[in-house]
Ligand binder design. Structure first.
Ligand code: ME8
Length: 599
């Protein structure tokens, strides 16, 4: 329960801060020059600790169980988090559940449960999925927590005290499924499953209802110029480019003020408006503040808030790229550094969603493909720019080809007792593979070395821009090249008793193990279990697996290699077992329900 006392104390603190803030004057009263300078202060705060990093997923609605799309967002964020840790960053990674609002209230009613029990049940399912899939969040937030309620109340009071919230009335379309207000141009006619005429959101296809209410409005319309300034000054703020352009396009039109509360009589399941028990805070305002709550707001939050990056699906871009920055500007807070947007998983060309009933169960699939198999498939096949259709066949083919045959085959070959009877990281012989042509290496081998040498920088570039699939594509291409190298020289045909042959054989294995060490290190953010197995088999210690350790083939440059001569780790079985079609067939995704058809 909220203590009114605490709230009053916080409000006073907020008012005091406000009076010292450039935002105390209404934004519309500022000149463009002033606006730009304010934006500089708010959007590009350099962090005191530039080795801090904060990544978030959307917080997921608890009206139904998690599906593959939710896991996808979480795995992307987990990959970034792990990558930053490998680079030596202090990284915070938040995910969680969005538990207020009409949609949840109705879902709890339908389930015949009290809302909090209902939310707890479903929130636990998300938690369970994430722990099964090695999603290593550092903070799991539920919007029903007290710390969050305090953050939202404080945030609201700041906006209210600055005059950005006013009492008004709203009349227009509302989609409960999307918890979103729509303009008439965003609404179309449709027939529901029983043939009845209904109005739907043109974007999501979800039913909309007309509503007319007294409530609180946020002066969104005032922020259009600042949003444009922010985006023009930060062209990488929304990625990929395509979504950045979409937001700029939306901002060509006027923004109507936004209703930020609902009458308590209609919506009881939410945080009451501070000072007005008849109104409940709009679920999106409530939900977006979760990112601040996790950062520590309203107390000390700068370390994390100044380095915040959001992962979001394209369906919620408007909320994150227009509403959220406007709320933050209103509250005088820095804007997120990047909003990384990804597209959707579809089934038979239709967005996978709870309301369509065409969801793929990520728990089932991760049992069939293994956790790492599932993670690898999602990140290798998922493309931020465009939707991707899910089929089991695609997953099986990809995982068998790249993890079982190519990567697993390479490790198996180079560590097999037949080729490596001493079970060590063998020696590299510079005469067999000299810097200049003349040894036993051929031109393709030099190309392979060059590609692997440049791979870490390339992978880093792709990870940084959220093109994880490109990073995996590049790694996979190098794995193929290394397999080609081994096949070309067929070390199994060399004679160990001949000293020249033996040196060359050892050199081939040394190079291949060095390649595998690089692949294992770079793959850690995506497939942590497989990487661990691979690196352990190579004898690479835990403290030798960071980004700073990817020093490929030092012996080729005349330097010492810490692994040369070291015993391999024990053999803990195949890296990734081939998947058989019939095992997967037994658990097919459910059939698609008939959706409302837009006329
Ligand atoms: O929108 N493909 O929650 P939500 C890929 N609570 N990703 C998908 C997906 C699909 N088919 N379906 C869902 C909400 N997602 C709000 C968010 S944040 C302050 C509040 C992922 O349960 C994707 O990240 O509907 C999408 O944006 C999110 O789940 C929506 O989850």
């Amino acid at each position: 329960m909220r203590t009114p006392f605490v709230f009053v104390a916080r409000s006073c603190k907020a008012v005091h801060r406000l009076q010292q803030s450039p935002f105390f004057s209404p934004i519309s009263a500022l000149s463009r020059h002033q606006r730009v300078s304010v934006l500089r202060q708010t959007s590009t705060h350099p962090s005191k600790d530039d080795r801090s990093y904060y990544i978030t997923t959307p917080i997921f609605y608890v009206n139904a169980s998690p599906h593959l799309g939710h896991l996808y967002s979480a795995v992307i964020a987990d990959c970034f988090h792990r990558y930053k840790l490998l680079q030596g960053f202090d990284s915070k990674f938040a995910t969680g559940t969005d538990e207020h609002g009409l949609k949840i209230q109705q879902a709890a009613d339908t389930a015949g449960k009290d809302p909090l029990t209902f939310c707890t049940d479903v929130s636990e399912r998300f938690k369970h999925l994430f722990s099964r899939c090695n999603v290593s969040y550092t903070d799991y937030i539920r919007t029903t927590e007290q710390r969050h309620r305090e953050a939202v109340e404080h945030f609201w009071s700041v906006l209210w005290n600055k005059g950005f919230i006013y009492k008004g009335s709203y009349e227009g379309w509302y989609s409960t499924q999307d918890e979103s207000f729509l303009t008439p141009s965003q609404v179309g006619d449709a027939l529901d499953s029983s043939g009845k005429e209904i109005k739907v959101s043109l974007e999501s296809g979800h039913k909309v209802d007309w509503m007319q209410e007294e409530n609180y409005m946020f002066r969104l319309s005032e922020f259009r110029p600042q949003l444009l300034d922010w985006l023009r000054g930060n062209p990488r703020a929304i990625q990929p480019e395509r979504f950045y352009q979409a937001v700029l396009q939306w901002l060509q039109e006027d923004l109507p003020d936004l209703s930020v509360s609902r009458q308590r009589s209609r919506l009881q399941w939410g945080i009451p408006v501070p000072g007005d028990a008849e109104q409940t805070i709009y679920v999106w305002l409530d939900a977006l503040v979760n990112y601040l709550t996790v950062a520590g707001y309203p107390d000390k939050h700068e370390q994390w808030w100044n380095v915040a990056h959001h992962i979001v699906g394209k369906d919620i871009l408007k909320f994150h790229a227009i509403y959220w920055p406007s709320f933050l500007l209103g509250a005088g807070l820095p804007l997120p550094q990047t909003i990384h947007v990804h597209s959707h998983w579809t089934v038979g060309g239709k967005k996978m969603s709870k309301s369509l009933g065409n969801v793929v169960d990520p728990l089932e699939r991760s049992q069939m493909f293994t956790t790492d198999g599932m993670r690898y498939f999602l990140l290798r096949q998922g493309v931020p720019d465009s939707d991707c259709d899910y089929t089991d066949d695609k997953a099986i083919k990809l995982l068998n080809a790249e993890l079982a045959d190519s990567l697993g085959g390479l490790l198996n070959r180079c560590t097999a007792p037949a080729l490596n009877p001493a079970q060590v990281y063998p020696s590299f012989c510079p005469q067999s593979f000299p810097n200049q042509p003349g040894g036993r290496a051929v031109v393709e081998d030099y190309h392979m070395l060059d590609a692997v040498k440049h791979l870490p920088a390339l992978v880093e570039q792709h990870y940084e821009s959220m093109h994880v699939y490109k990073a995996l594509e590049a790694i996979s291409a190098c794995v193929r090249q290394t397999n080609g190298f081994v096949h070309r020289h067929a070390p199994w045909k060399l004679d160990r008793r001949d000293s020249k042959d033996r040196r060359w054989l050892d050199t081939i294995i040394h190079i291949s193990l060095e390649c595998l060490r690089i692949y294992g290190t770079l793959l850690q953010p995506v497939v942590p279990e497989i990487s661990n197995k691979l690196l352990s088999r190579l004898g690479v210690q835990q403290g030798e697996r960071s980004w700073a350790d990817v020093n490929f083939l030092p012996r080729y440059q005349g330097m010492d290699c810490p692994f040369e001569g070291r015993a391999l780790g024990s053999d803990s079985g195949v890296l990734f077992s081939r998947l058989e079609r019939q095992n997967v067939d037994q658990q097919k995704p459910k059939k698609t329900k008939k959706a409302a058809k837009v006329k």
